[in-house]
Design a protein around this ligand. Structure first.
Ligand SMILES: [Zn+2]
Length: 269
């Protein structure tokens, strides 16, 4: 009887291990794909990604590591609660934020998490969100560094954009990276959810870059790749006097079509 209980307990305590291993494998795969040099979305130490392990902890890229060559030593497991507690504070010094980032590590010998771990921690609390990716994708950044940045977040130009990136994106006016940015992302994303009624797929940060989020690495990648393709088409169309935007009725129609819902399911969005 005691032996059975022990085995049960062992099985229970062993259960999260393969899940953690699998999540780490998926996260590294996501990082390698986001950092693929051919895609021009992140160079050097740019960009990062994260994976939820439980309500208590998540994995995130360490500061300064490169996405395409990332290995498990460049990934840190952080306590969500420690980082989420910062989001309600103001007037913290850079040293205090850095101290909390270091304190959030489960393994004190692990590398320092990226300062962007703050927004990863919060986005991973949203319902159904298991992975978050962030890059400085070149075509997207061309628009986000232009006077038309906000327009890119709310106007749509072709159906596949709507399937992968939804009817609108969250737009964050430029703000200081780190705590202030994470607080702005929380505020604007909460407003998006109130208005649209669901969690966003894409968050656009003026003069900075793009975040995509989803329940699978495929969802994060699809939104990222499609946003980057859309931005390239947008810039090309702008050079020819456009873009010609889809009407709100056409956007709504694509968003609600059953065949598009099936495509989203096939794409694991
Ligand atoms: Zn960034």
């Amino acid at each position: 009887m005691v032996e059975m209980q022990r085995k049960k307990l062992q099985a229970r305590s062993a259960a999260p291990v393969p899940d953690r291993r699998e999540k780490l494998k998926l996260l590294l795969d996501l990082c390698h794909q986001l950092g693929n040099p051919a895609l021009r979305m992140a160079i050097l130490g740019e960009g990062n990604a994260s994976a939820k392990l439980s309500d208590e902890t998540f994995l995130v890229k360490a500061s300064g590591c490169s996405l395409p060559t990332l290995d498990r030593n460049g990934v840190v497991e952080c306590r969500s609660k420690t980082l989420l507690a910062l989001l309600d504070k103001t007037n913290l010094s850079d040293a205090e934020v850095d101290g909390t980032l270091l304190n959030s590590r489960l393994d004190p010998t692990a590398k320092k998490p990226s300062v962007e771990a703050l927004f990863h921690a919060w986005l991973l609390t949203l319902p159904g969100i298991e992975f978050v990716g962030h890059t400085h994708a070149s075509a997207v950044l061309s628009i986000l560094c232009s006077p038309r940045a906000q327009e890119f977040a709310v106007k749509k130009i072709f159906p596949d954009e709507i399937v992968c990136c939804d009817v609108a994106s969250v737009f964050i006016p430029y703000t200081d990276p780190g705590l202030k940015l994470a607080q702005a992302i929380r505020g604007q994303t909460e407003e998006f959810i109130r208005n649209i009624g669901r969690v966003p797929r894409v968050i656009l940060m003026e003069n900075h870059g793009i975040i995509t989020l989803g329940r699978s690495i495929e969802a994060v990648l699809s939104a990222m790749l499609m946003a980057e393709k859309t931005a390239g088409v947008w810039v090309g169309a702008a050079a020819l006097g456009g873009p010609n935007f889809m009407t709100p009725e056409h956007v709504e129609r694509i968003s609600g079509r059953p065949d598009e819902a099936l495509r989203r399911k096939m794409l694991k969005l």
